[in-house]
Design a binder for this molecule. Sequence first.
Ligand SMILES: NC(=O)c1ccc[n+]([C@@H]2O[C@H](COP(=O)([O-])OP(=O)(O)OC[C@H]3O[C@@H](n4cnc5c(N)ncnc54)[C@H](O)[C@@H]3O)[C@@H](O)[C@H]2O)c1
Length: 249
Amino acid sequence: MRLENKTAIVTGAAGGIGAAICQAFAAEGANLVCADINERALVTTVAALKDAGASAIAVVGNAAEEAHARQLAAAAEKEFGALTTLVTSAHLDVPYLPVTELSLKDWRRSIDVNLTGVFLMLKHAIPVMAISGSGSIILIASQLARAPKPGRAWYASQKGALLSLAKALAVDHAEQNIRANTLSPGPTADDRFFSQWPSAEEAHAHAATLFGRLGSPQEMAAGAVFLASDEASFVTGTDLLIDGGYTAV
Ligand SMILES: NC(=O)c1ccc[n+]([C@@H]2O[C@H](COP(=O)([O-])OP(=O)(O)OC[C@H]3O[C@@H](n4cnc5c(N)ncnc54)[C@H](O)[C@@H]3O)[C@@H](O)[C@H]2O)c1
């Protein structure tokens, strides 16, 4: 029970990686406030967590809206009396295009969720976390922040911003005993990744990792458990890259 007495907000909780993080956190004893815009998938995810004995609630909403972030922080306090952990995994994909072809509308709506959404969550979660006396912030970034693929300028720049943001948060909030890090998954076997390829075989063939396979959502979640736990009490302002060596060559 490495996360006993911890309460976590997880955004994007209905997604492949977010749901795996929720499951791993619950297995380690954390209380969970699970958030996502996809109501049906979120309800299914939280029902499964509860069936397995977890203390978890679902809050449906749009990560780009401040009222939703405020509601999540308040829900942690009201339901569980504290907030110790924040994982931001909500993510909006827009077409994979170079900047010369990407519309301003898509640039802005991706930033609204993927960056402004994180800012809003931090703005409302950190004051509640500070009352708890310690905290761990985990921003889900990507290996593509370091090694962009074609058509991902918008994605790599937003994920790169998260790497800088975590460092800046670490500086600003160390006095409150709040740690902040990014977790950068490599290519991960979930619906989002598979949807980029015509078949699962092609998806695996394009893994481009040193192991010749995709990572699993559970392998990403294991890193999040470490960062959330007291085992990582001296870990702040850094990036935990779990990419099967994608960026090593
Ligand atoms: N899957 C991969 O291969 C991979 C690799 C590197 C990084 N990542 C990162 O990991 C994170 C999770 O990715 P995933 O694979 O689980 O993707 P996913 O699409 O399965 O999950 C993202 C979740 O965010 C939710 N969401 C989208 N827009 C939202 C909004 N406006 N408000 C609230 N929720 C919203 C979706 O409903 C979805 O459940 C993302 O930040 C992604 O960039 C994924």
